[in-house]
Design a protein around this ligand. Sequence first.
Ligand code: KIV
Length: 267
Amino acid sequence: MAAMTVLDFARRKKAGEPIVMITAYDALFASMVDAAGVDAILVGDSLVSVLCGEETTLSATVDQMIYHGRIVRRGASRALVVVDMPYLSYQVSPVDAVRNGGRILKETGAGAVKVEGGAEIAPAVEALVNAGVPVMGHLGFTPQSVHALGGPRVQGRGEGALEKLLRDARALENAGVFAIVLELMPALIAQRLTAGLAAPTIGIGAGPRCDGQVLVLHDMLGLNEGFAPRFLKRYAELGAEVEGAVKRYAEEVRTGRFPGPEHVYKV
Ligand code: KIV
């Protein structure tokens, strides 16, 4: 199969073919999800929560994103690699955005970056696109604004919410995004946004009518056992598998059953 490019996203929307995106933070998992045939791999700034135990994504740095973007790119041969721009790397000025987004593209080999926010970040998106950096948007619950939003809450409810989201999405579209992630919103709101936009939408907690879906790999594999929001479907229970395997190993070391004769080198 040919490598995915940002142009394929629009084609997929036109053809009504769902886009499959998933996160990865290293070469090993990137090679597995790539072999499984996903269309895009997101190097999410969620890595600071999932891998490093932070409560929010706010501490992620450009250097961290570049490190993980580069190792994911090594493991991916077909999927488009999209790297999150971390908090404060694009909000301060379009000049900052181009410097940081350009570095991410240049130093990782990724095909695109992702930014969170609506009309207020449109000038940064436009500057990135003009500099040749493909940009994916992100609306609804935007984790970099977790404090302003009062926590990870469903967005898009209440009077005027759909209109505001539509205005933001159109501002992003006019600025040149090739796709928009819709996070944590009622399915009907996501459906209306999807129908009203030319850019493909990729949902997470946004129902089945988006043009594609994204999940955090560690969550859908059951590696993050305490995390069980309504929108998440677990396709495996690897957290329990890992704990069980390590318990068996510890028990065998303690009782002298490992290493056995088959694991020993002869002279
Ligand atoms: O950082 C991330 O993993 C994300 C997804 C939740 C879309 O932005």
